[in-house]
Design a protein around this ligand. Structure first.
Ligand code: PMP
Length: 389
């Protein structure tokens, strides 16, 4: 057998798949992988059904159907005052994952350094490495996971081709304030680096917080690639409709990658997402309010058991820091124990680090029905109290 590609051959199965499999094997409540219980907005699902029955089902334009590219441009114009030309600055992809891969492969050449922040989403590093890039890993720290000048100064250098930044940040559930974005923008400009900004969680922000796209920070318009995902915006994670928005020179190369990764994406789902993006603002506020209610339910329940919850500002997730509980086990050991013995699956945050992992933080997904959250809480109370006895 000839040797195969080591970048991918040496990769373990992702922790999300591993924990979901353990959840299935144990018939556990899955608060691990981030998908909601809710089936998603019915009108958008109907629009997809209608488009597949009555619409065009052959290859759509490689860049995305024009209605969707228009809808993306007007959506970001409306929400963020970002002016995008739908024809030269917007591309539809098969999910945020493909959008990220197309963007990374468009930018990174052998020997380029790419700054990534840990906890790091699992798709970034293998693709950077496949492109011949060298990830420079920085470590964000609980409880606030903020950027700082010293950290950026230690990593940015003349070889820094790009920085990959996820905001709102999965798994830490932070929505970055303008101050951090301006700091990052200053370094990108000083070192002439491109920002690939994973903003798939942009609409899932709570307590009146505002998501600020990095591309709208002065000086970043032409050096930022903005990645979005309809799966997250509409709680339809299986649809895998993503977007890349960037200045024409950047988008052009990303589109050349996209043409050989997937080329195009299901036209009925694109039409339905175009419809969804025109929904009134209230839809998005209601979605946030519903999710914030679930967040509060799980937060309160966990706090009552004694878990120190790090308050979630956005995403479907909250995190807890196990260290003050005196359980004497790592996040991974805790997650394995609770799925095997108490039938609740969660994700150890150490899985999002490649070096110097934070090993005491666990991520729970709260985008679930009240009854699911309540049963999980009863089981977790047992898991903590039995261990302590
Ligand atoms: N980036 C982040 C930070 C994510 O959390 C996810 C989904 N879990 C993605 C990218 C991938 O998005 P999609 O499902 O649209 O491919």
């Amino acid at each position: 057998m000839p040797s195969l590609n080591k970048v991918f051959g040496d990769l373990p199965v992702t922790i999300f798949e591993a924990m979901s499999q353990l959840a299935r094997d144990n018939n556990a409540i899955n608060l691990g992988q981030g998908f909601p219980d809710d089936p998603g907005p019915e009108d958008i699902r109907k629009a997809a059904a209608d488009a597949s029955l009555n619409g065009y089902n052959q290859y759509p334009s490689m860049m995305g159907i024009p209605e969707l590219r228009q809808a993306i441009a007007s959506h970001y114009g409306h929400w963020h005052g970002l002016k995008l030309d739908p024809m030269t600055e917007v591309m539809v992809t098969s999910g945020g994952t493909e959008a990220l891969t197309s963007s990374i492969l468009a930018v990174v050449e052998p020997g380029d350094e790419v700054i990534c922040f840990q906890p790091v989403y699992d798709s970034y590093l293998p693709i950077i490495r496949q492109a011949g890039g060298i990830p420079r890993l920085l470590r964000l720290e609980p409880p606030d996971w903020r950027l700082n000048e010293e950290m950026l100064r230690s990593a940015f250098n003349p070889k820094t081709k790009a920085v990959l930044f996820n905001n709102p940040l999965n798994p830490a559930a932070v929505v970055y304030p303008r101050e951090d974005l301006e700091l990052l923008a200053r370094f990108c400009q000083e070192f002439d680096s491109i920002a690939i900004c994973d903003e798939v969680w942009e609409h899932v922000v709570f307590d009146g917080r505002e998501h600020i796209p990095l591309i709208t920070i002065p000086g970043m318009r032409d050096r930022t690639i903005k990645v979005g995902s309809a799966g997250k915006i509409f709680s339809l994670t299986g649809w895998k409709i993503g977007f890349v928005c960037a200045a024409p020179a950047l988008l052009k190369v990303a589109s050349k990658v996209h043409q050989f990764l997937t080329f195009t994406t299901a036209p009925n789902l694109q039409a339905a997402v175009a419809y969804g993006l025109h929904k009134p603002d209230q839809y998005f506020y209601d979605m946030r309010k519903d999710l914030a209610r679930s967040r509060d339910r799980l937060t309160k329940g966990l706090e009552d058991i004694g878990f120190p919850v790090l308050k979630s500002q956005g995403t479907y997730f909250l995190t807890v820091d196990l260290s003050p509980l005196g359980l004497n086990e790592t996040d991974e050991a805790f997650c394995r124990r609770i799925v095997n013995d108490y039938k609740v699956a969660a994700i150890p945050v150490s899985a999002f680090y490649e070096q110097d992992a934070v090993t005491s933080v666990v991520r729970f997904c709260f985008a679930k029905k009240d009854a699911t959250l309540d049963t999980a809480l009863e089981r977790l109370a047992d898991a903590v109290h039995r261990r302590k006895r």
